[in-house]
Design a protein around this ligand. Sequence first.
Ligand SMILES: C[S@@+](CC[C@H](N)C(=O)[O-])C[C@H]1O[C@@H](n2cnc3c(N)ncnc32)[C@H](O)[C@@H]1O
Length: 240
Amino acid sequence: MSQNYPSLFKKYIKHSNEKESALNTIFQFISNYPQESLILDVGCGTGEISHALAQKGHKIFAIDQQDYFQRDPRIQFQKTNVFDFKTNEKFDLIIAAYLFWEIPFERWEELMNLLLNLLKTDGKLLVIDSVNTSPYDNPFFSCNIFSDRSEKENRDLNNYWFDFLKKNNCNFKSNKIKSQVQTKSKEEMLNVLEFFFFDENSQNLFKNQKKYLLEKMRNKKDSNLTIIELEHSMEIINPK
Ligand SMILES: C[S@@+](CC[C@H](N)C(=O)[O-])C[C@H]1O[C@@H](n2cnc3c(N)ncnc32)[C@H](O)[C@@H]1O
């Protein structure tokens, strides 16, 4: 991942309420978790989710293969690839936010098993992502600027993630996370959305989307490009 990630992310969240929406959804879910619950934030990035949970008094363990994490004495951080993560702990809750889309589809099953094995008996896994739109799709799934995609196409992509969960014997419940990116101008929007193309992997993944996005932006009036609606989802997964 690019060394630009923290600065692109910072710029993005200044203009987006996505993190707030995701955190509200997480907080609603964990409101009845006791404070001493042990939570793993896997692929924690700069650590917004970990920090917010630590603020509520939960015990947090955060891991990431990159060293973007803003250190916090209340949080145990380990720089590691999730596939190499070794621990004797079992967790009440594992949060994988915007991680799966970065993992090659061939390794999803391995990742899912690995995470489920790290849970206590009644532990739960929260996956927040746009993966339910397909690993090879884009986070602009339900952006208003992409509204000319066919509904059938969207439905097929949606089923991909859910089929994966069913095949892997996961019980799950889904929650929608809606958010907006808002800027003052088209140029600023384009600049902010660079966050989605932060590394080679995402640039390849979203190559066509970027082209499409740029074309759309060029062709639309400023007023239509200063607000973009996004929809992610949070799956609550617990093993059967
Ligand atoms: C899009 S960021 C999301 C960060 C954070 N969860 C959030 O919601 O802000 C994805 C993070 O996953 C990490 N990541 C990707 N693949 C990983 C792997 N195999 N092991 C550990 N971390 C990984 C990246 O380094 C990055 O920080």
